[in-house]
Design a protein around this ligand. Structure first.
Ligand code: B12
Ligand code: SF4
Length: 489
């Protein structure tokens, strides 16, 4: 029997610096491929191919330039029966545009969309028409069932998490996706070893018990890989050519307390590398004052730890459902200075209830304390989140199309939000500058000695400067050199 072909299309991933390995930035497609290939009933009928469209430069312009005829050829020449896209806010517009073009050449193919953008399927179908099948939530079991049904010529009715077009109209199954047990999903890194390149990231869980209003993973059932599975996957990743790894959901301070044997084995794996490979990880803010933190970081050769504070204002944290993290704010002031400079602090701006002056005060305070490695995310109002549902009641004004950025709140005007947003982006660029610096003391000294720097930078924004100009200014003042970063402007 001739197998049907499924093309899994890798679209651009947002930041040019993220391009090193599609295994990490289009991980869902690799994972789905490994899972589906491991199912005999699917592998007997289908063959899967990853089509990485990023090799076409400029990959991020969709079909805006004429040489991108190759983009079309790359998919169409394979004559796929199914074309699947993994959609995030950074590639959904391009994905939709491409799906519509491919369909002109492949009128009989089935176009499937999945990924976090396919939250709230009815709304997605209205905003991004052009797909035949939508999969919301975890994709493994729904896609498997969709492919089985297609192979047998059956209807797609009754598959949780799936909507599909029937006689020109979408049929939406209100049930959620059936969830695969994490250990049922093969190790997709192992199946794609030649692609392990650059820095990688690793997740041990799906879902989250917390209920942050801006997050798509809020209140999703928690599923964790088994301890042995995590250990063997980390062992393989540590022994690969990767330059380093970031653990997104595995607090190694907690692992150190709870499972010393695991921690020691991980340490030995890292130490077996002689080339500076290290593991960065997120920690709960309460561990910033933990006396073991420096030793744990040294054992794992961590370049930094990441702390998702989001805001230093208790009222804002309450407003976004993170009241549970308020008690830990005090530790930011108590953490030893040598720890502070090794922390990536994540913040979000703007937040409901926040004012511009309050946010700027918190920035001044953090910079003076030595937290100058900041990642300040602009609030995005993502379909499917609690914040999105409440956006009108909260008076949040946002872009209707991706990236859905919140541009004004009742207490922050669009102009003020833009002005502060430029400053935030400059500080994000500064973090990329600090990252490779062999000596970070000049950065800490600079911010400690210049309490007015935030105001001076804002004055430059008022004269028309952009984020790169501000970061360049900081670079020249602190390092004596213009700003040079390894990713494009
Ligand atoms: C690691 C991570 C990052 C990394 C790497 C991102 C990248 N480029 O891959 C970094 C730190 C760089 C990052 C940055 C950002 N991220 Co991020 N990130 C994550 C995180 C924590 C894990 C992603 C992951 O690997 N998940 C595991 C995989 C298996 O899950 P999945 O991708 O959802 O795939 C499953 C399903 O969605 C579905 N599926 C996916 N594709 C397909 C395709 C088909 C055909 C089918 C059927 C099903 C299907 O099946 C998969 C398996 O079950 C997620 C949150 C989360 N926990 O998922 C946020 C998340 C993906 N990030 C998000 C955002 C908003 C961002 C930023 C824009 C933040 C910002 N404001 O600046 C930036 C920009 C990134 C960029 N590329 O420019 C959002 C995306 C929301 C959206 N609607 O697109 C998420 C969901 C978090 C959230 N806020 O809710 N991020
Ligand atoms: S942002 Fe909140 S809900 Fe989302 S994954 Fe993090 S803790 Fe969980």
């Amino acid at each position: 029997m001739k197998k049907r072909k499924v093309a899994l299309v890798v679209l651009h991933t947002g930041r040019p610096a993220d391009l090193a390995s599609p295994l990490f930035h289009a991980n869902a497609l690799f994972l789905l491929k490994s899972y589906l290939e491991s199912r005999p009933e699917i592998s007997a009928r289908y063959e899967f191919e990853i089509v990485d469209l990023r090799r076409h430069v400029p990959y991020n312009l969709g079909l805006a330039v004429e040489q991108n005829i190759d983009v079309v050829q790359d998919v169409v020449a394979r004559r796929p029966d199914v074309v699947a896209f993994s959609l995030y806010l950074w590639n959904v517009e391009a994905g939709q545009a491409l799906a519509r073009v491919f369909r002109e050449f492949l009128p009989r193919a089935v176009f499937v969309a999945g990924g976090p953008e396919v939250s709230d399927r009815r709304e997605f179908a209205r905003r991004f028409p052009g797909f035949d099948v939508l999969v919301e939530g975890d994709g493994e079991i729904p896609l498997r069932r969709v492919l089985q049904a297609l192979a047998r010529g059956r209807s797609l009715r009754g598959i949780g998490g799936v909507s599909f077009v029937e006689r020109g109209r979408f049929v939406h199954d209100p049930a959620g996706a059936e969830l695969a047990a994490p250990d049922e999903i093969p190790d997709f890194h192992a199946a794609n070893r030649p692609l392990l390149d650059g820095r990688g990231f690793y997740l041990t869980t799906r879902g989250c018990p917390y209920d942050c209003a801006m997050c798509l993973w809020a209140r999703q059932p928690m599923r964790r890989k088994s301890r042995d599975r995590i250990l063997s996957e980390l062992e393989a990743l540590t022994a690969s050519p990767l330059r380093g790894l970031t653990l997104f959901d595995y607090d190694l301070l907690e692992v150190h307390t709870r499972d010393r044997d695991f921690f020691d084995r991980l340490t030995r794996m890292v130490r077996a590398r002689r080339d500076g490979f290290g593991i960065n990880f997120f920690i709960n803010p309460r561990y910033l004052t933990d006396p073991r933190l420096p030793a744990v970081m040294a054992a794992l050769r961590s370049h930094h730890v990441l702390v998702g504070v989001q805001s230093t204002s208790p009222a804002c944290l309450e407003a976004i459902g993170r009241g549970w993290s308020i008690p830990w704010l005090g530790v930011l002031e108590q953490a030893p200075p040598q720890v502070r400079e090794r922390v990536f602090l994540e913040l979000i701006f703007p937040l409901p209830g926040q004012t511009g002056p309050e946010f700027l005060d918190s920035l001044r305070r953090l910079l003076a304390l030595g937290y100058y490695r900041l990642q300040i995310f602009q609030l995005c109002l993502l379909r499917g989140t609690r914040l999105y549902r409440n956006r009108r009641r909260l008076g949040l004004v946002h872009l209707e199309r991706p990236p859905y950025a919140c541009i004004a709140t009742p207490s922050i005007s669009a102009d003020e939000g833009l002005r502060i947003g430029v400053l935030c982006q400059a500080l994000n660029l500064l973090r990329d500058l600090v990252d490779p610096a062999p000596d970070r003391r000049p950065f800490a000294d600079y911010f400690r000695r210049r309490p007015k720097v935030v105001d001076r930078l804002l004055a430059q924004v008022d004269r028309g400067a952009g984020s790169w100009d501000l970061a360049d200014h900081l670079s020249r003042e602190i390092t004596g050199r213009p700003l040079e970063l390894d990713h494009a402007r």
